[in-house]
Design a protein around this ligand. Structure first.
Ligand SMILES: [Zn+2]
Ligand SMILES: [Zn+2]
Length: 98
């Protein structure tokens, strides 16, 4: 009796090296392995490169898939708010001048 490495099903096996209960499970596990390897190599390729934030020039983490650093990714809302405040101030000024 063995348990499948993919779905945890208990199965009988005559072959000692069989770790999956079915071809389907083996296929799924293989696909996942390939996907994992792809993500890993993609990250490793970034290691030597200096990727910089498109906005502030901050060095990007190899785990960051975005063209912006985490700070700039969080900030867009803040930036918009600040711009709105500035515009509001400008409007107040023009009213006062009238
Ligand atoms: Zn299975
Ligand atoms: Zn940035």
């Amino acid at each position: 009796m063995k348990s499948c490495k993919w779905c945890d099903n208990i199965f009988e096996s005559n072959v000692s090296y069989q770790i999956y209960c079915s071809d389907k499970c083996r296929e799924q596990a293989t696909k996942e392995k390939i996907a994992q390897r792809y993500i890993k190599t993609r990250r490793q390729k970034r290691k030597g490169k200096n990727r910089l934030c498109k906005k502030c020039g901050e060095k990007l983490s190899i785990y960051n898939d975005e063209p912006l650093c985490s700070r700039c990714l969080i900030n867009p809302g803040e930036v918009k708010k600040a711009l709105r405040q500035l515009r509001g101030l400008a409007n107040d000024k023009s009213k006062r001048n009238r």
